[in-house]
Design a binder for this molecule. Structure first.
Ligand SMILES: CC(C)(COP(=O)(O)OP(=O)(O)OC[C@H]1O[C@@H](n2cnc3c(N)ncnc32)[C@H](O)[C@@H]1OP(=O)(O)O)[C@@H](O)C(=O)NCCC(=O)NCCS
Length: 258
């Protein structure tokens, strides 16, 4: 039951201290990689915002943080930099609720786009971002953060990242958050394992092979002008795959109309 958790904007130093704590617990960051309270205060005072999920004792169990940003064409958008939920509460919908609070904020402030990055090997994030939220991917960055991260989630692999575009006012996003699935056939797909952490644990070479295969697939299809706007899992829960479609730029058109 996620309704027992309250989603609200973080406004106080105590709220931001909760975000510090979660960064340590979820990513197991060393101090150098933790965004400090000052970073959250500065972001809030420059048009950014942070939403937290809180339990009945007002203890933070998840948060999502966003910064104000500009496209190369100087159009404003929000860059969502971090989202985390305590591990024992994952898969209960708290992450989706935090993202929907970000979307409401963007709709209220008239900003059409939120972007963020995620590790293409993490199939839970892929499902959440692409299916539950309706994010689309047009950009793949190789080793985006280099190898400097102290997070246990990043260890042993290049930090490749997919860039999610979330056109918050588009029909595509409205359909996704209402649970409607895209029905047209994809033109290409790239397979991803269901549980990369288990693979990393038993055989790092196997994890590296997956990364190389997914990287090559994304590079090929994105360079052919396709974009990733779907994700599916085999009925037996074994493997999942990213689905690619011809890029009609529907989101931006619909967003501009809205
Ligand atoms: C990413 C994260 C914030 C998501 O939060 P969450 O509260 O678990 O998200 P939700 O419960 O809303 O959605 C997760 C969905 O993925 C599904 N899922 C779980 N494992 C999956 C897998 N291996 N493959 C595909 N889907 C999976 C869940 O069933 C759920 O979908 P459902 O609601 O249809 O059942 C959380 O997993 C987390 O803190 N991860 C570590 C930090 C991180 O990676 N942050 C994001 C990048 S900064």
């Amino acid at each position: 039951m996620t309704s027992e958790y309250t989603i609200r904007e973080c406004t106080t130093i105590e709220d931001f201290a909760g975000c510090i704590n979660l960064q340590r617990v979820v990513w197991q960051f060393e101090d150098l990689d933790v965004t400090p309270v000052r970073g959250f205060v500065v972001a809030r005072n420059s048009g950014g915002f942070t939403y937290g999920a809180f339990d009945a004792h007002d203890q933070m169990v998840g948060f999502a943080h966003a910064l104000p940003a500009f496209t190369p064409e100087q159009k404003p958008y929000y860059y969502s930099q971090m989202m985390a939920v305590l591990s024992h509460l994952r898969n209960t919908g708290i992450g989706a609720r935090l993202k929907l609070a970000q979307r409401d904020h963007a709709l209220r402030t008239g900003i059409p786009l939120i972007t963020w990055t995620f590790d293409p090997l993490q199939s839970r994030n892929a499902y959440l971002n692409i299916i539950k939220l309706g994010g689309v991917v047009r950009t793949y960055k190789i080793n985006f953060y280099g190898h400097a991260s102290s997070s246990t989630l990043h260890r042993g692999l290049d930090t490749d990242r997919l860039f999610v575009e979330w056109w918050v006012n588009s029909q595509h996003v409205a359909d996704a958050v209402a649970g409607k699935r895209r029905t047209d056939a994809p033109v290409a797909s790239v397979e991803v394992p269901r549980d990369i952490e288990a693979i990393k644990h038993r055989n790092m070479q196997e994890a590296q092979n997956w990364q190389a295969q997914i990287r090559a697939g994304f590079q090929k299809y994105l360079s052919e002008g396709l974009y990733c706007a779907g994700f599916e899992t085999d009925a037996d829960g074994g493997h999942s795959r990213y689905l690619f479609y011809k890029d009609e730029h529907q989101e931006e058109k619909e967003s501009a109309r809205g």
